[in-house]
Design a protein around this ligand. Structure first.
Ligand code: FAD
Length: 342
C-alpha cells in the first residue's frame, strides 16, 4: 500500500487556526497527495476515527480539544487546462493557498478571481461556503471539482449544479455532502474579461484612482488595499473574518424594521427578500470594540470577533451568544455564525 505519514497524537492546533485558539487534536495527519489520503483512509484504524478535515483553519472555531483525527489537507499543484472558446480553465489542488492561487491566475493574464483576493484559507475550502467578497462569489467562476469519498474510496467530479451553491452555503455543509473531501477545484475564467465593479465601495475606490478602464491586476490591488484597511490580519490578531452571516429577512419584516429604524442597512435580493448588514446590527447594539474577557469585537468592523490573546473557544462562544441575544431582542433577527464550530 502507498505509505502515509505516521499519526501524531495530542497535536497542538494553535498555529493551524487563524483564531489562534490553543486546542489539541487527539490525532493529527497531514496529507500531501491524493495517494496518501487514499492510503490513510484505507487503514481501518484511521478511518474509524471521528474526522475533522482542515485546510487553512480560517473558518473554524475550536471550542475545545478535537476528539478524533484532524486530517490536514496539504495537496499541492496548479495547472492551466485547455479551456473552451469562452473560458480559460485553471485547476488547483485543495491545499493550495487561495490568495496565492488567485495572484497566480492574474500573473497568467487571466482575470476573474481578482475580487476574491486576500481571502485566507485554501482552494479546497473555497467551494464549501462558496466564499464571496466585493460582489463576487466562488460559484460565479466555478467549473467543477473532484471529491474523494471515504465511504467508497473513489473520486468523482461534481459540477456547479451538484455543489448546490447558495449564500455562504453548498452541499458540503449539508448531510448529502458531509464527509466528502475536496481534492481539487477547476475554475472557468472568462477570456473576454470585464471588471466586476458591482460592489459600490470597490467601484468608488477604483474611480478615486482615476482608473476608467482598470485591469484585473488593478482591481485586485484595490481589493487588497481595502481589505488591509478594514480587516484584522490573523498574523497579528486572531480572528476568522466575518463571524456572522448577513441575515436575510422577507420584505414585510424589513419594512417593519425600517419603520422603527429608518437608517437600517438593507439590500434587496433578486427574489424580493432583503439582506441586512449584520455588522450594522451589532454596531447599533453597542458591541463594536467591546470585549468579554479575552474575546472581543473588532474596533473597526463589528462583524469580526477577535482573540485579544489567550481566549478559549468557550470565550468566543460566550461573546457570540451575548451579541446574538442583544440583536434578537432589539431587532427580532437571529444572527447565524459563519465559522464552523468544532
Ligand atoms: C481575516 C479573514 C477574512 C475573511 N474574509 C472572507 C471573505 O471575504 N469571504 C468569505 O467567504 N470568507 C472569508 N473568510 C473565511 C475563510 O477565509 C473562508 O471560509 C475560507 O474558504 C476557509 O478556508 P480554510 O482552508 O481556512 O478552511 P478551514 O477553516 O480549514 O475549514 C472550513 C470548513 O471547510 C472544511 N474543509 C476545508 N477544506 C476542505 C476540503 N479540502 N474538503 C472538504 N472539506 C474541507 C472544514 O472541514 C471546515 O468545515 C475570512 C477569514 C479571515 C480569517
Amino acid at each position: 500500500m502507498y505509505p502515509y505519514p505516521a499519526l501524531q497524537h495530542q497535536f497542538p492546533l494553535q498555529s493551524l487556526n487563524t483564531f489562534r485558539i490553543a486546542a489539541r487534536a487527539q490525532a493529527y495527519l497531514r496529507v500531501e497527495s491524493l495517494a496518501q489520503l487514499r492510503a490513510a483512509l484505507a487503514d481501518p484504524d484511521v478511518a474509524a476515527l471521528p474526522r475533522l478535515v482542515l485546510g487553512g483553519g480560517s473558518n473554524v472555531l475550536l471550542t475545545g480539544d478535537v476528539a478524533g483525527l484532524v486530517l490536514h489537507i496539504a495537496l499541492a499543484g496548479r495547472e492551466v487546462l485547455a479551456g473552451d472558446a469562452d473560458h480559460h480553465h485553471v485547476k488547483a489542488a485543495a491545499g493550495e493557498n487561495w490568495h496565492d492561487f488567485v495572484q497566480w491566475t492574474l500573473a497568467q493574464g487571466m482575470g476573474g478571481l481578482e475580487n476574491l483576493s486576500l481571502i485566507p484559507g485554501t482552494v479546497g475550502a473555497a467551494p464549501i461556503q462558496n466564499i464571496g467578497a466585493y460582489g463576487a462569489e466562488t460559484k460565479d467562476l466555478f467549473h467543477s471539482l473532484t471529491v474523494f469519498d471515504p465511504a467508497t474510496g473513489q473520486t468523482r467530479t461534481m459540477d456547479a449544479a451538484a455543489c448546490r451553491f447558495g449564500y455562504r452555503d453548498s452541499i458540503f455543509k449539508h448531510a448529502a455532502g458531509q464527509g466528502l473531501i475536496i481534492v481539487d477545484v477547476t475554475f472557468a475564467l472568462p477570456r473576454a474579461w470585464q471588471p466586476n465593479l458591482r460592489y459600490a465601495e470597490l467601484a468608488q475606490a477604483v474611480a478615486e484612482q482615476g482608473l476608467a478602464a482598470p485591469t484585473a491586476r488593478q482591481v485586485a490591488d484595490t481589493v487588497i488595499a481595502i481589505r488591509r484597511r478594514k480587516l484584522p490580519d490573523p498574523a497579528e490578531i486572531g480572528n476568522a473574518g466575518s463571524f456572522f452571516k448577513n441575515p436575510v429577512v422577507d420584505a414585510a419584516q424589513c419594512a417593519d424594521l425600517l419603520a422603527r429604524f429608518p437608517t437600517l442597512v438593507h439590500h434587496r435580493q433578486p427574489d424580493g427578500s432583503e439582506k441586512l448588514a449584520a455588522g450594522w446590527l451589532i454596531d447599533q447594539c453597542g458591541w463594536k470594540g467591546r470585549s468579554l474577557g479575552a474575546a472581543g469585537v473588532y474596533a473597526k468592523q463589528a462583524l469580526v470577533l477577535v482573540n485579544h490573546g489567550g481566549a478559549t473557544g468557550a470565550d468566543v462562544v460566550r461573546l457570540a451568544q451575548a451579541i446574538q441575544a442583544d440583536v434578537q431582542a432589539r431587532y427580532g433577527v437571529r444572527l447565524e455564525p459563519e465559522p464552523v464550530f468544532v
